[in-house]
Design a protein around this ligand. Structure first.
Ligand code: PXP
Length: 240
């Protein structure tokens, strides 16, 4: 199972003071050296962390691949077509939210997401749709031609009631199998940390986990590369 390291919150620290440090490029380079399989970043409409120039700086220098998370808007589409990341993950975005809440409603926004997906695919970009573990959303994603889905694990991560968390995990397991059988590549992410990633990492059909906040938080105390390696160790050990 691959690990995509989300470096948004390195930029959050930089933007808090308007400095040019911590360096996004150093974060990405060191993450790759530590074993990250891809570098994930979210260019939000309000530019609260990543800035446009970060994408242009990183793209030619990444050794792995860039996974750009973005809203399904014309503004973001134009940027993606200019930067040409290897992967784009379409996410829902609301200006007032603290982080990405919920998945895309691919059923309701079918036409708009289909058009953006088709345009990105024509440019050679692999498109992933960030969706809740829901059969209808998987069906719609498959129907509009997305090759990849990313299952939103935020609800699973936030649940404190163990019975409810187990039920949500079972839903993620079932939907992963369902999507995998349809031929979709299945990624997962959001809210995963060092003690809840294990059950998700046991789901063999998952291709890649995208994790950010928990790794940046851990890095404050043990260092960036160690925090990434520790997450990889958690993933590996739960698969044995
Ligand atoms: N995957 C997607 C699609 C996201 O939007 C985010 C948050 O930017 C993540 C994964 C990473 O979430 P977290 O920072 O909670 O690990």
């Amino acid at each position: 199972m691959k690990l995509g390291v989300n470096i948004d919150h390195i930029a959050t620290i930089r933007q808090a003071r308007g400095t040019d440090y911590p360096s996004i490029l150093d974060a990405a380079t060191l993450a790759e050296q530590a074993g990250a399989d891809s570098i994930t970043l979210h260019l939000r409409e309000d530019r609260r962390h990543m800035q446009d120039h970060d994408l242009y700086t990183l793209k030619p220098l990444l050794k792995t691949k860039m996974n750009l998370e973005m809203a399904a808007t014309n503004e973001m589409l134009a940027i993606a077509l200019d930067v040409l990341p290897e992967d784009v993950c379409l996410v829902p975005e609301r200006r007032e939210e603290r982080t990405t809440e919920g998945g895309l409603d691919v059923v309701k926004q079918f036409q708009q997401i289909k058009e953006i997906t088709t345009t990105l695919k024509a440019a050679g970009i692999r498109v992933s749709l960030f969706i809740a573990p829901d059969k209808e959303q998987v069906d719609a994603s498959h129907e509009l031609g997305a090759p990849v889905i990313e299952i939103h694990t935020g609800h699973y991560a936030n649940l404190t009631d163990l019975t409810l968390q187990k039920a949500e995990l079972e839903k993620i397991q079932l939907i992963t199998t369902y999507a995998d059988e349809k031929g979709l590549v299945v990624n997962a992410g959001h809210g995963l940390h060092y003690t809840n990633v294990q059950n998700i990492a046991k789901i063999q059909q998952i291709n890649e986990l995208n994790i950010g906040h928990a790794i940046v938080a851990k890095a404050i105390f043990i260092g960036w590369e160690k925090a990434i390696q520790l997450m990889q160790q958690c993933i590996r050990e739960s698969q044995n």
